[in-house]
Ligand binder design. Sequence first.
Ligand SMILES: Cc1ncc(COP(=O)(O)O)c(C=O)c1O
Ligand SMILES: Nc1ccccc1C(=O)C[C@H](N)C(=O)O
Length: 451
Amino acid sequence: MSPNQDLSAVLTGNQFVIPSNRQIGASNIPENLADQRCAYLCGNSLGPLSKRSQSLLQEELQVWGTRAVEGHFSHPHGREWMNIADTITPLFAELVGAQEKEVACMGTLTANLHLLMASFYKPTSNRFKILCEAKAFPSDQYAFASQASLHGYDPKDAIVEISPRAGEFTLREADILDVIAKEGPSIALVIFSGVQYYTGQLFPMQKITNAAKEQGCICGWDLAHAIGNVPMALHDWNVDFAVWCTYKYLNSGPGGIGGLYIHEKWENVKSPEYAGWWGHDPATRFAMPPAFAAIPGAQGYQQSNPSVLATVSLLGSLQIFKECGMMYPLRERSTRLTAELEKLLVQSRFFVPITEVTAQGSASNAHRSPGFTIITPQDPESRGAQLSLLFLPTESNVMRSVFDKLSETGVVGDKREPNVIRLTPAPLYNTLEECQRAASCLEAAFESLKP
Ligand SMILES: Cc1ncc(COP(=O)(O)O)c(C=O)c1O
Ligand SMILES: Nc1ccccc1C(=O)C[C@H](N)C(=O)O
């Protein structure tokens, strides 16, 4: 069977619980469609519940209720809680393109980001800058600024942000590489998001990493919007470290457990600086020795025993990824779905080509009548599943009005201020029909706007 046949065999099983139109409160839906599933195009923010996760969670509750503390060491399904993270590490390794010892299932994104910045951001008087994209997700901006401050630097001096050119919305590869080449000797850390949360731009991760390494910088990545969305090869690309959350494309549930990656080349160079007992050699962990002996590699950075409920919730979804053949077949389906959605949106009579908007300047209010453009790159190699629609005129309530109307008709995307709606067909559970529905509801939403 080809990977795609595999994929449809898995997907026809309807592996996810998607809320109905009624459940999400869609009020403008014919009664006969009210109990059908909504068009859930928001897996870039929170993935839906998989049926597999639901049953694994129920199993763990049962084990907790019947074995209590014994569940750590003896488990009816062979998932002793002691080693629960081991169920995830091979799957994380495949998703990011790494060895198992280079990844750990632990913590949450921002906490892991601080942990790894504390280990890898070691500024000196000559080399102290952090290079990142402008308008990174705010939690990352706060983390970067607070790390710079902790080391005694004014974030205004230490943080170098690359912005799109005037009138543009996404970054040009050449501009990023240029800044790295010019400012490299003063940069301690190059850190970008793999896929940008607002624009959906997939950065050229390998090229950025190469350029950073050539300049002697540490290179780290925030993979919140990249993991489970695009294939990666962190080890081969020589990435130093990365962090991610799992509640978006990996469908682990709200506030799910996070992950991190550290290249094996650091294994014998660095040891965990913020040690905890879960990073200690499991062979002697429960002998409670006073001195810390780290597990070699990324898992030595674990601090606490992981939440078992959060971990199996993630496991259920990752088992579905595995049955689908992991990222390559999924990426292929994802590329097709996103291209279809794009094609339908571009046919809208309210669509304004990005070139027109760019020509007038990104903050321009030149478009007086309601419309939208797509700021996500058109090149499939420069984006993941998400399309970011920018609403015009930019200084208006068009985005909010359209968003409300989409919600009323059972199309779930999300709005990001000031004027973007993100729509994301995820290959594990979304369909072409849902893309069509989103496009036609968007058209109807515009048509119903008062002049
Ligand atoms: C790019 C990015 N970084 C950081 C975060 C914050 O993640 P968390 O709340 O899991 O720390 C998110 C999402 O919330 C994100 O999209
Ligand atoms: N965790 C959340 C809880 C509540 C609301 C949003 C989030 C998000 O994750 C937002 C996401 N990071 C984003 O790309 O906008």
